[in-house]
Design a protein around this ligand. Structure first.
Ligand SMILES: [Zn+2]
Length: 352
């Protein structure tokens, strides 16, 4: 198998593949105590921009506490830069400041202030944003002293721009690749066609040693496919968003709470789902309970992927997922797009 086994940052390390839940210190649906008590998580991602823009939090982090002390978590903490928030409104923030801040407070992995390219963007704009993103990554690389820099790939819907981006990052010598702006491309009925090209191209360019993160990937049904394509780190706040929308995650796809028979028959051993099946639907109608279950489901699938890789049974796992998923969601494009991508080749060295 091509997969790299571990992510090694300056101070910490963790087994791959790896999921970083998005954690919001003051408002998370699943509390840090619950996370520490019930899950063995290796890392999380925290929004560095939110920490920075709140004057008191910023002061506290720069003068009194490390980021790990502030969160109360000892594993890998990645921070992001506010790039996503910058898509919707001006941030009055510059790359230099937010990068230095993340590095100073002790983030293990630091994100530059990149430019996000939504799917509708034309080539000229995507190209300009890519150039400017590259400039900022080059600048960030010189500023970082303690953390590891995420080299963010951009390029929108243009495969050649994305590949140009990856090549630039490798020439710059980054140790960590993060694929940006890919989320909108896999929200469409689980169609993996574009995503598989981007991930496999990137893996073929960067080789086996560099970890590859997909920003915003958090639907458990898709994660094993992304791993088969060559990605190994994911982050998302999906466990909370899905819970607020009334979606119960399973390894075969997320179910609306109305599909109660499937939910009752699904075997989950998290603390919310064990016990009386009659009480289950009542319990998961509370978003906090549902978010807990969803996070459990994502972390559980990561463990199953690790076990499948070790046993060289990842492809069996994918087939098992496809069989149930297509029965539950007959209109889904998961199977057709996966088979198509696989047959066209270009997958990294993972064929059975
Ligand atoms: Zn559960």
């Amino acid at each position: 198998m091509f997969q790299k086994k571990e992510l090694i940052t300056r101070k910490r390390k963790a087994k791959l593949p790896l999921f970083f839940p998005v954690y919001q210190p003051k408002s998370n649906l699943v509390s840090i105590d619950d996370i520490k008590e019930h899950f063995s998580i290796d890392g999380m991602i925290v929004n560095g921009f939110f920490l920075y823009k709140d004057a008191e939090t910023k002061r506290l982090l720069l003068e009194e506490k490390t980021l790990h002390e502030y969160i109360g978590f000892d594993g890998i903490i990645m921070t992001d830069s506010g790039a996503f928030q910058g898509l919707k409104r001006p941030l009055f923030l510059n790359n230099k400041k937010i990068v230095k801040f993340q590095d100073a407070i002790g983030a293990d992995i630091v994100s530059p202030l990149d430019h996000i390219s939504p799917p509708g963007e034309n080539r000229t704009t995507a190209g300009k944003k890519l150039k400017s993103t590259n400039k900022r990554i080059r600048e960030a690389k010189k500023l970082i002293e303690n953390g590891m820099l995420a080299g963010v790939q951009q390029g929108g819907k243009f495969r050649e721009l994305r590949n140009e981006s990856t090549t630039f990052l490798m020439e710059l010598g980054v140790e960590y690749i993060a694929i940006g702006s890919l989320v909108p491309f896999f929200n469409k009925n689980h169609n993996l066609a574009f995503v598989s090209k981007i991930i496999t191209d990137a893996r073929n360019i960067i080789g086996n040693e560099i970890p590859m993160h997909i920003y915003g990937a958090g639907d458990p049904v898709e994660l094993p496919f992304f791993v088969a394509m060559g990605a190994d780190i994911f982050d998302s706040s999906s466990y909370g968003h899905y819970a607020l929308g009334g979606w119960y995650m399973t390894k075969y796809g997320a179910l609306k709470l109305e599909r109660s028979t499937l939910i009752r028959d699904y075997n989950c051993s998290c603390k919310i789902c064990v016990g009386e099946k009659d009480e289950l639907l009542q319990k998961v109608s509370d978003p906090k309970n549902l978010a807990f279950h969803n996070l459990y489901t994502i972390l559980h699938i990561i463990n199953q992927i690790r076990a499948a890789l070790e046993a060289e049974k990842l492809y069996q796992m994918l087939q098992d997922i496809i069989n149930v998923h297509q029965k539950w969601f007959p209109d889904s494009q998961l199977e057709s797009s996966w088979v198509d991508s696989f047959e066209k080749g270009g997958m990294p060295d993972t064929k059975p």
